[in-house]
Write a protein of this length. Structure first.
Length: 501
């Protein structure tokens, strides 16, 4: 969609959260730089606060001591002298009454638009009914007295966990990422009370982000290549009272599906909501076409580089040794280039051992190159090389269990046992999703998934003891066993068990 063809008079843009990836200020600044181009055409945009915008994380293991993204978001997007801030006031009369919680209201075309902040300030993705947000919402609804129609926006869609079926399984949004049943009942009651104050439909829709498309055959790390499913995030969920609840596909996903090389494919990253009158809206139109060969859609194709890193015991005459893995959230054909900040480079996706001779801070840069178009993207991470004692932080299992199990790290998409073989002892300083697979009783060596858990390596003070873990699976008998009499505190309480059919 060329910007000069946009009819700007009645156009308003809302960006539904996760504007940053890891809540770092430079990420917000870059996003603002891109979004500010809308202001050149007199178009204001409303930024919505997302769970990825809360906790700044650097070095893939070190995170801020407090949710500083709350402050960065305010400084970057609501600077009093910024053009977009002025447009929000002039064209939308947007009111924002609280620094800590990103709740705002603006009026346009006889409709109240309410943006709600239900993003937790803890380092998890789960939605939270903040008391401040709920009080503010009730206050605004009370002011309208059921006489003014409303459209709602929030990063987390206003729907219960597992409210969408996939292959007859209620799974989306995933547990631990959205609202509980009790939360939804509470919100539904508020909306029903408001609707009952006046005749006609008053809450016209609730639009959310957070949920994005993915290939379900890849979600638990292991891949099933013969399946070609794609879960599309453009979806309407069960209504909240009488209010439609919808999500729209994320930009980074839309540009990177397997069909990205097809010309003029509609990836649906923009939902166009047309206000027909003060009780009727149309939200069925979605847009976002890519044409990588024509030169008109090239800027929308993202490679999305990401760095995984851990560290291992230093070699003699070195301060610190690390291992790195490059990731790209794309299906495109790409090449890699590392710059480790000490005049050394590598062109391999997996760097099993990189040792720094001298302690200090190093800026590691990963460059991805699209081999078809030549386009490059890069990401940098600050690495602290220290002369300190090495503390292993891997999973400790009984020898009998280790012989028959694969321990797949989502962070690295690799078996942790294989990583140890390559680099020696390892330490991981981040939250990771771990998939357990066991060898089946066949003549051929076949591994099947048994369970999936979340491990907080960043909380560990040494190896995490799972020596009491009992794990087994038999697909022929529909058997799956994954049990420990005592789980370490670094393991999340909720666990996913795969029962073979």
């Amino acid at each position: 969609m060329k910007s000069e063809n946009i009819k700007t008079k009645n156009l308003r843009i809302l960006v539904l959260g996760d504007i940053a990836d890891s809540g770092e200020k430079p990420e917000f600044l870059k996003a603002k730089e891109i979004l500010d181009e809308l202001n050149n055409y007199g178009i204001p945009y409303v930024p919505v606060f997302g769970n990825h915008d809360v906790w700044p994380k650097t070095d893939l293991g070190d995170r801020a001591e407090s949710p500083l993204g709350v402050n960065y978001f305010e400084e970057v997007f609501f600077d009093e002298n910024a053009t977009n801030t002025k447009l929000l006031k002039e064209k939308l009369n947007l009111t924002k009454e609280d620094f800590q919680y990103k709740n705002y209201l603006f009026k346009f075309g006889g409709i109240n638009f309410i943006v709600l902040d239900f993003v937790t300030r803890k380092d998890v993705g789960k939605a939270t009914l903040h008391e401040q947000t709920m009080d503010w919402l009730k206050e605004k609804l009370n002011e309208s007295q059921g006489k003014e129609p409303i459209i709602l926006f929030s990063h987390h869609p206003l729907t219960e966990e597992r409210s969408r079926k996939f292959q007859e399984i209620e799974i989306i949004p995933f547990p631990g990422t959205n609202f509980s049943k009790e939360d939804i009942q509470c919100l539904s009651k508020i909306f029903e009370d408001y609707e009952s104050l006046s005749e006609g439909k008053q809450i016209l829709g609730a639009f959310g982000g957070h949920v994005h498309g993915y290939y379900p055959q890849e979600i638990f790390v292991f891949k099933i290549p013969e399946l070609n499913w794609f879960f599309d995030a453009n979806w309407e969920y069960p209504s909240l009272s009488t209010t439609p609840v919808l999500t729209t596909e994320a930009l980074m996903v839309g540009s990177n599906r397997e069909d990205e090389y097809l010309r003029e494919v509609n990836k649906g990253i923009i939902r166009i909501v047309k206000i027909l009158d003060n009780q009727t809206i149309n939200f069925d139109e979605i847009e976002g076409k890519y044409d990588p060969d024509s030169g008109t859609g090239e800027e929308f194709i993202a490679l999305n580089p990401y760095i995984s890193r851990g560290y291992t015991a230093p070699l003699p005459n070195t301060s610190s040794c690390f291992f790195f893995k490059a990731h790209a959230f794309t299906k495109r054909d790409i090449s890699f280039l590392w710059d480790f900040g000490d005049n050394t480079t590598s062109s391999h996706a997996w760097v099993p051992l990189k040792c720094y001779e001298n302690p200090g801070t190093y800026n590691v840069k990963l460059i991805l190159k699209d081999n078809k178009t030549g386009k490059e993207e890069f990401i940098t991470r600050i690495i602290n090389a220290k002369k300190e004692g090495f503390v292993s932080k891997t999973l400790k299992l009984a020898d009998s269990t280790l012989k028959k199990v694969k321990i797949i790290s989502r962070e690295f998409s690799e078996d942790l046992k294989e990583i140890i073989k390559r680099v020696g002892n390892i330490a991981l300083d981040f939250q990771d999703q771990i998939l357990f697979q066991v060898e089946t009783i066949h003549s051929e060596k076949v591994f099947v998934p048994v369970a999936n858990i979340i491990v907080h390596f960043e909380k560990a003070k040494g190896d995490i003891d799972l020596s009491n873990l009992k794990i087994d699976s038999n697909p022929h008998r529909g058997k799956a066993l994954f049990y420990s009499s005592k789980w370490p505190e670094e393991i999340e309480k909720e666990k996913i068990l795969f029962v073979p059919k």
